[in-house]
Design a protein around this ligand. Structure first.
Ligand SMILES: Nc1nc2c(ncn2[C@@H]2O[C@H](COP(=O)(O)OP(=O)(O)O)[C@@H](O)[C@H]2O)c(=O)[nH]1
Ligand SMILES: Nc1ncnc2c1ncn2[C@@H]1O[C@H](COP(=O)(O)OP(=O)(O)O)[C@@H](O)[C@H]1O
Length: 210
């Protein structure tokens, strides 16, 4: 069975990282796709864990070599999903989580018709503002960019398969876990000739009427 791509998008500060990181040790066969970015690391962020922090020149070189599955410029920085990691994990049958912006999600949608798209929305614009302020990672210019971009991102919700309004963090974690779990029971993902034969092993043709 091939793996599945789960694409998680939503405005900056809505809680995507919080939800995803809480889930990573709650599910099996799940991996997080670490993106490359030209954004400088925030205090506490670790290279290779949160992101691969690269220079703009390096990013452009990688992009030209076709190393990204998708990429986008977000709030003035470049972000891209390393292609090799994702393709290898699809082959291994893993569930791969991508935390990427809406532009990137729409690119993935054009190339992976089997991927699952999840949008995380804030309960209100005011709450989003509060969360960004409280996180304390942005200066006022960067805050404004993020809030402005949020309006455009919210207008693309209809492109997504699932919508989680992140009011209560624990409930949102449970919602994301349920979505990921339910997707692995889809017949189109798991049903093939071999499975049908195995399920009906030992049943004679006369019993099935064939
Ligand atoms: N297209 C794309 N977007 C990404 C990628 N990695 C992260 N992002 C998005 O870039 C935006 C900014 O991320 P970040 O700088 O970590 O800020 P934060 O969202 O406020 O924590 C978010 O919407 C991320 O989902 C990527 O590989 N590709
Ligand atoms: N449901 C929630 N209620 C209150 N605060 C939250 C909730 N979800 C996340 N947060 C907080 O909001 C801030 C932004 O969350 P984060 O996960 O960094 O968002 P994103 O990855 O979408 O940018 C963090 O300080 C986080 O602790």
């Amino acid at each position: 069975m091939k793996g599945t791509l789960f694409v998680v998008s939503g405005p900056s500060g809505v809680g995507k990282t919080s939800i995803i990181s809480a889930l990573m040790n709650k599910l099996e066969n799940i991996v997080f796709s670490v993106s490359c970015t030209t954004r400088p690391p925030r205090p506490g962020e670790v290279d290779g864990v949160d992101y691969f922090f690269v220079s703009r020149d390096k990013f452009i070189e990688m992009r030209e070599k076709g190393e990204f599955l998708e990429w986008a410029e977000v709030h003035g920085n470049l972000y891209g999903t390393p292609k090799k990691f994702v393709l290898e994990n699809i082959e291994k049958g893993n569930r791969i989580i991508l935390d990427i912006d809406v532009q990137g999600a729409l690119q993935v949608k054009r190339n992976f018709d089997d991927a699952v798209f999840i949008f995380v929305a804030p309960p209100s614009y005011e709450v989003l503002k509060e969360r960004l302020l409280k996180r304390g990672t942005e200066n006022s210019q960067s805050m404004l960019k993020r809030l402005e971009n949020a309006k455009w991102e919210m207008s693309k919700i209809v492109e997504f398969d699932y919508l989680i309004v992140n009011s209560d963090l624990e409930k949102s974690i449970l919602a994301m876990k349920s979505i990921i779990t339910a997707e692995s029971y889809r017949t189109r993902r798991i049903l093939d000739e071999a499975l049908i034969k195995r399920l009906f092993k030992g049943v004679s043709e006369s019993e099935t009427g064939n």
